[in-house]
Design a protein around this ligand. Structure first.
Ligand SMILES: O=C(O)CNC(=O)[C@H](CS)NC(=O)CCC(=O)C(=O)O
Length: 269
C-alpha cells in the first residue's frame, strides 16, 4: 500500500484490494505498518489513537475480517491504554474470520535512526511507546509470531518467536527506500532461514503525504528462504502464496537448528 494520511481513504484501498483475494479459506491477510494512517505526523496519529477494543478503526478492521472471512493482521495502528497517555503504541492486531481480535503485539524496537534520505532523522520513540512482550497466537494455519518492520534487524526476537512455537512470522513494514534497497530482501530471507518459519512481510511502497519514500517489495518467504511471492513495483497490490507446512516440518527435521540451539544455549549466557 501507499497509505495516505486519513483512515477512510486507506480503508477504501484495502476493500478494493481484498476483492482480488484468492477464494481459498482459511486465508491469512497481512497489511503493512501504519496501514490506516501514514505521513500525517505524530500529532494526527495521537488524535486517531484508539483505546484497546474501542473505536472506528478497530471496528472497521473487525468488519473486514468478518466480511471476507479471513484472518487479518492489521499492520499497525496507534493504540493507547488511557486517554491521558501522550504516546501511543504501534500495535499490530490479529483478527480471526469472525472478526474477533485474538492478539495484540506492540512494536518492540523503535526506529530512532539516521538515514541518508529526504527525511534524514527518524525518531519513532518521540511519539511511540515501545512494546515489551513477545507475542504468538494460534490459528488454523498453526502458530503466528508477530514482528514489525525495524524488528527484522533483531534476530533475538525471531528466535524467541520460534521458541514459543511460531510456524509463520508476520512482518508488517514500512522500510525506507534507502535501507530497503540495501537490506530488505537479505534481512527477511535470513530471519526465515534461521528460524525455519515462513515469513509474510507486507510493505508500504512509494511516496507518502509527508514526502517519505518507502521501499515496497512486499514479499512472502518460505522456511527454506525462497521468495515465493513478491508485489510488483511500484503499484499497490497483493502478493499471495499457499503454505505447505509439511515441507516446513521436513526442513526442520533435516536441519534441526532449534534442537541444536537448545543443547548449546549455555554458551551464550
Ligand atoms: O512512522 C510511521 O507512520 C510508520 N512507521 C514507520 O514508518 C517505521 C518507524 S519510522 N519505519 C521503520 O521502522 C523503518 C525501518 C527501516 O526502514 C529499516 O530498518 O531500515
Amino acid at each position: 500500500m501507499t497509505s495516505q494520511a486519513e483512515p477512510a481513504a486507506n480503508f477504501a484501498t484495502i476493500r478494493q484490494l481484498f476483492k482480488q483475494l484468492p477464494a481459498a479459506r482459511p486465508q491469512l491477510v497481512v497489511l503493512p505498518e501504519a496501514c490506516l494512517c501514514f505521513g500525517a505526523g505524530d500529532k494526527r496519529q495521537r488524535e486517531l489513537a484508539e483505546l484497546t477494543g474501542e473505536g472506528s478503526m478497530q471496528a472497521q478492521l473487525a468488519e473486514l475480517a468478518r466480511d471476507f472471512g479471513v484472518y487479518l493482521v492489521a499492520g499497525t495502528i496507534p493504540l493507547i491504554d488511557d486517554m491521558e497517555q501522550a504516546k501511543f503504541t504501534a500495535a499490530s492486531l490479529v483478527f480471526d474470520p469472525q472478526g474477533t481480535c485474538i492478539a495484540r503485539y506492540n512494536k518492540v524496537h523503535l526506529f530512532d535512526v539516521d538515514v541518508d534520505d529526504n527525511t534524514k532523522s527518524y525518531r519513532e520513540s518521540a511519539w511511540t511507546e515501545a512494546g515489551d512482550e513477545v507475542v504468538t497466537v494460534s490459528t488454523e494455519f498453526g502458530v503466528l509470531g508477530l514482528a514489525v518492520c525495524y524488528d527484522v534487524r533483531f534476530p533475538e526476537l525471531f528466535r524467541a518467536l520460534r521458541e514459543r512455537g511460531a510456524d509463520l512470522i508476520v512482518l508488517p513494514s514500512a522500510f525506507t527506500q534507502v535501507t530497503g534497497a540495501a537490506h530488505w530482501h537479505v534481512l527477511t530471507r535470513a530471519r526465515a532461514i534461521e528460524q525455519q518459519c515462513a515469513l509474510v512481510a507486507a510493505a508500504q511502497v512509494g511516496t507518502h503525504a509527508n514526502g517519505r519514500q518507502t521501499f515496497g517489495h512486499a514479499l512472502i518467504v518460505d522456511a527454506w528462504g525462497s521468495i515465493v511471492a513478491e508485489c510488483e513495483q511500484p503499484s499497490e497490490g497483493l502478493a499471495t502464496a499457499s503454505i505447505e507446512l509439511h515441507k516446513q516440518q521436513q526442513i526442520r527435521a533435516n536441519i534441526p537448528v532449534s534442537k541444536h540451539y537448545s543443547s548449546r544455549k549455555q554458551v551464550y549466557k
